[in-house]
Ligand binder design. Sequence first.
Ligand SMILES: [Zn+2]
Length: 135
Amino acid sequence: MSDTLEALESQRSQFLEEFLGLGDLRPGSITAVVRRCGKPSCHCAKPNDPGHDPQFRLTRRVGGKTVTESFPSPATLRKAQQEVTEFHRFQKLSEDLVSVNEKICALRPVERQHGGWTDQEKKRLLQSIRKSRGK
Ligand SMILES: [Zn+2]
């Protein structure tokens, strides 16, 4: 596989374009917590019982603390799942963007050090920044 600078730059443009396609996103991980009602007579009090319907929670770290959110309805859970999935897409894209940039940096000739992003990329980025400010 021979990556040319040109091919890598066009890959980078693609990644940047994908950033613009991201939807609502937020960090956190969704976990299912087995629910036990606490009544000693209930089946859920027995060892190895699966308990009641699991409760879904989203946890995330905020300023060093774990914040937990629970969902009042399946619809709110689905919404949060989508947002978290989108966040993972964002993370993956960021990694891809950094790795393609590393390759570009390695290939970029010294005399073009100030080159950086292509005009097309800059324009696209500026447009996206303006778009998100306008919201
Ligand atoms: Zn119970």
